[in-house]
Design a protein around this ligand. Sequence first.
Ligand SMILES: [Zn+2]
Length: 320
Amino acid sequence: MFRAYQLLAAALLIAASTAFAGETGVFSHQAVQTGDITLHYEFADAQSLAKQREFTAVITDGIRYYQQLFAGYPRDLTGKPYTDITVRIRHGKHLSGEADPKLLLLTWSDGLMFGIHNWQTLFLHEIFHLWSAESFRYQDGREHWFNEGFAEFYAFKAATQLGYISKRDALAIAAQPIGFYHSAKGLGKLSLRDAGKDNQSKLDNYFLLYHGGWVAAMLLDYDIRSKTANKHSLDTVMRWLYQHYPRNIKLYNNTDIIAVIKAGSGLDYQAFFMRYIDGTDTMPVAQYFDPGKALWDFEFNPKLQHQHVYLYHTLGILID
Ligand SMILES: [Zn+2]
């Protein structure tokens, strides 16, 4: 009886693992060395394996870009910097991705998400999370506007500087989060912080949270640059968080972000945070910059481009 039970259990286990392999199985393993980084690929299908060089190019570019931005490699849960990453890639109908310490996941397709994200920019978003979210981390979901919005902001900025999207497109793309933020159903009723307080709210208020956070990143970066004649920017803030907030020692919240901006730039954004991040006032983008005019002048009026210098820096069109 006992033996029969054991055999049955073993048979069930084999059946379960075959089904599991069928669902999330690895078609091919491959280790690739790129500079200091070792990538341990797990491709789920032949289509993904065939694009290995393209994935490696984006990961190499992304890691190099963020490594310079943060002045260090991503860190694991014990705070130790690492250079080896497992990368699981599959082809699928919709784009999606995820990041954990030492791990990147990507489901890619040739389609666009929301008209702007291709798999390259989505991958750059996930690679950014190896630092922000996984090396330094929010105290709770109320800081998702920062965690997700800034990942979007830096993914597109990196994509522009690395040549994955054109400078012209960068300006057109910048208008999209502004539009989605201004037409989000929770606008004026729910603060950006409350929008991310739990997983359901994060999903229900996706455009308020991701695009509101992205708009906040653009406004803050632009404002810091214009008030300090381009001496400081959000880059200083990101580097500070990476250096002073290892997630194994302390987590950040809104108060920390305000303090870090002040420490890094000398500017006080407490009132801005009270109104637009903790409060339900709508960020007045037009009081800061005009992406339409900046695009018009980029295309047709080279003599007027100097009026948009800070915005061009914010979006990665001009390089610091
Ligand atoms: Zn994200």
